[in-house]
Design a protein around this ligand. Structure first.
Ligand code: HEM
Length: 416
């Protein structure tokens, strides 16, 4: 009973919509009837000439936009601006210090440097420590469970491993981790009123992270260790990062690698709890395809934005230079042109060309193999130690525009 077209004023980035139902059923309407759809945002957005954005919802088109940075720039603002949201030129200038908002050749230079920290070997070297972490997180959750055996999966299990993974990666000493974690959590820009985190608190936390990371870089430069930071900042020249560049890179990691993986883990658990036959299969066979299906199913990053660099045509629509173009990964990941029974959570799905980590262009998720490792490690630990986990209530969703998040997921250990 889906409408043939979407009502005027319908905005796919309305956080209230995403809180209620993901993936939005409206995506199916758009893929079928208007795969490149002009979403008008009538009150306009300061700093931009347009009054809306193009919503791209088909898998093939999301890939096309992602893989053509010369036509679709990342330089202006990669989060889709929401209805009535404003952004100043100053904010845009700050955003440009982060590689997510850079175009080639600048992006290429930074990416080539930082990817040294994400080679398969670098990620494998974290595996032992993270496996131990995953087990201890699960053991601690067990110890914290109430008398009735219930606890909140998000705070007890999903939150910790992604933070530990980033801290491990950049070699943050144990004694500093609590404050880094606190800053990272404060920085995540929520629309959710329950968090009551003001923009000032978020900005302050971001500045604390930059200055902490710059100090870390300076210390490693002075006295190199066998870690990634020492490698990235070894000498200040074209082949390395300057101290402030490293600071902004750590900010990006704290945003890009934290909430995303946390929500993949929470959604993964929720999917298992609501598909018990998949949980049984997982416990028996631990398919290597599991993490990818969790990311497709959850699509923690709902959308990103590009800006057209010239007049062009996409999906039969004329796009003008300067127009904003929203790419909707969560729609692409349910596109029936690409996925058989996209509505099915199937941990053996193979091939699984989902776009949860991006559409394959130069910005493709740098932390993908780390994220996949974290998801594998945590579900292995849960299957070993908490195999009888059961739901104890519906999840509470995060109110956010671009993030498909779960705020609370009560579970019980199955003690009768
Ligand atoms: C970029 C998703 C985990 C670091 C991205 C992009 C997406 C994404 C959609 C944009 C891709 C594009 O524009 O083409 C995810 C998801 C994750 C995850 C769903 C977890 C399930 C991580 C982790 C890290 C990380 C663990 C690092 C610790 C990055 C970085 C970028 C990025 C640095 C920017 C790359 C660039 O601009 O070149 N991620 N990510 N991500 N991700 Fe991830």
């Amino acid at each position: 009973s889906l409408p043939a077209a979407l009502p005027e004023g319908f905005d796919l980035t309305d956080p209230d919509l995403l809180q209620a139902r993901v993936p939005l059923p409206e995506f199916a309407v758009l893929r079928r009837t208007a795969p490149v759809w002009w979403c008008a945002q009538p009150r306009g957005i300061s700093g931009f000439d347009d009054e809306g954005y193009w919503a791209v919802t088909r898998h093939a088109d999301v890939r096309y936009v992602s893989t053509h940075p010369e036509l679709f720039s990342s330089h202006t603002n990669t989060a889709i601006l929401r209805f009535n949201e404003t952004i100043s030129r100053d904010q845009i200038d700050v955003q440009k210090l982060i590689m997510l908002n850079m175009d080639p050749p600048e992006h290429t230079r930074v990416r080539q440097i930082v990817q040294r920290g994400f080679t398969p070997r670098a990620v494998r070297s974290l595996e032992g420590a993270l496996r131990e972490r995953a087990r201890s997180i699960v053991r601690t959750a067990l110890a914290h469970a109430g008398d009735d055996g219930s606890f909140d999966f998000v705070t007890e299990i999903a939150v910790e491993l992604p933070l530990q993974a980033i801290a491990e990666l950049i070699g943050v000493p144990q004694q500093d981790r609590a404050k880094i974690f606190d800053w990272s959590n404060k920085m995540a820009a929520y629309d959710d009123p329950e968090y009551a985190i003001t923009e000032e608190v978020g900005t302050e936390a971001a500045m604390e992270i930059v200055s902490y990371a710059m100090n870390l870089a300076a210390a490693r430069k002075e006295c190199p260790a066998h870690d990634i930071v020492s490698q990235l900042v070894a000498a200040e020249d074209e082949g390395n990062l300057a101290g402030d560049e490293f600071g902004f890179f750590v900010i990006l990691l704290a945003v890009a690698g934290n909430e995303t993986t946390r929500n993949a883990i929470s959604h993964g658990m929720h999917a298992f709890l609501t598909h018990p036959e998949q949980w049984e299969l997982y416990k028996r066979e631990r398919p290597r395809t599991t993490a990818e299906e969790i990311v497709r199913w959850a699509t923690p990053v709902v959308s990103f934005q590009r800006t057209a660099t010239r007049d062009l045509e996409l999906g039969g629509r004329k796009i003008r230079a300067g127009d904003r173009v929203g790419i909707f990964y969560s729609s692409a990941n349910h596109d029936p042109e690409v996925f058989d029974h996209p509505e099915r959570f199937d941990i053996t799905r193979d091939p699984n060309p989902h776009l949860g980590f991006g559409g394959g262009g130069p910005h493709f998720c740098l932390g993908k193999s780390l994220a996949v490792l974290e998801i594998d490690l945590i579900f292995n630990a849960i299957a070993d130690s908490l195999p009888g986990l059961r739901p104890a209530g519906d999840p509470r969703r995060l109110r956010a525009a671009w993030l498909n998040g779960i705020k609370e997921l009560q579970v019980t250990l199955g003690r009768e």
